[in-house]
Design a binder for this molecule. Structure first.
Ligand code: ADP
Length: 161
């Protein structure tokens, strides 16, 4: 079975990467899909985010990376995915994730949403926390893949990640 892992990934964190690696073990193929979301004001362009994810997942032969807009369920169908994969960190994620899962189920009953509980070491990680730390010169090397740390350093004009 094919699965789709949709998200903003602005930028990719080690928490996302953990979900991707475990998803790649569970499914025949996994498409990581960056949502082109006009209502969010991202730090990284969709093309930069695709490149960050491609670099960080180059060791996973059954992982593909794509961008999409419109409904996630429509894109899942176009990818041939039977499962939408999402990550759960804390109770705070639950309500939002459940709402999306129920909405998607009402739109496409044949699609299942599967949640992976975050690795405890990554449970505090979010893209926004990473950006906040990097913006003020803190070290993010333990939070994101190397390429992303370099991109963040460049973005916020620091000499090293
Ligand atoms: P979105 O804007 O769709 O929430 P994100 O890039 O923030 O996109 O997150 C994509 C998915 O990855 C969501 O299901 C989110 O709960 C999950 N996720 C984010 N950070 C982590 C983490 N540290 N560990 C596990 N899952 C995570």
């Amino acid at each position: 079975m094919q699965a789709l892992y949709p998200g903003s990934f602005d930028p990719l964190t080690l928490g996302h990467l953990d979900v991707i690696e475990r998803g790649a073990n569970l499914f025949q193929g996994l498409t990581v899909a960056v949502l082109r979301n006009p209502s969010k004001n991202p730090c990284f362009s969709v093309e930069q985010r695709l490149e960050q994810i491609r670099q960080a997942t180059s060791h996973l032969s059954n992982v593909q990376v794509a961008a999409f807009d419109g409904l996630t369920v429509d894109f899942a169908q176009r990818c041939g995915a039977g499962v939408i994969l999402r990550g759960l960190r804390a109770l705070s994620d639950f309500e939002y994730e459940l709402q999306i899962a129920h909405t998607n189920k009402s739109l496409a009953p044949q699609l299942e949403t599967l949640f992976l509980a975050t690795a405890t070491t990554h449970s505090f990680l979010s893209s926004s926390v990473v950006k906040e730390v990097a913006r003020f010169g803190g070290s993010v090397g333990h939070m994101v893949p190397t390429g992303v740390a370099e991109d963040l350093a460049r973005l916020f004009n620091q000499s090293s990640p």
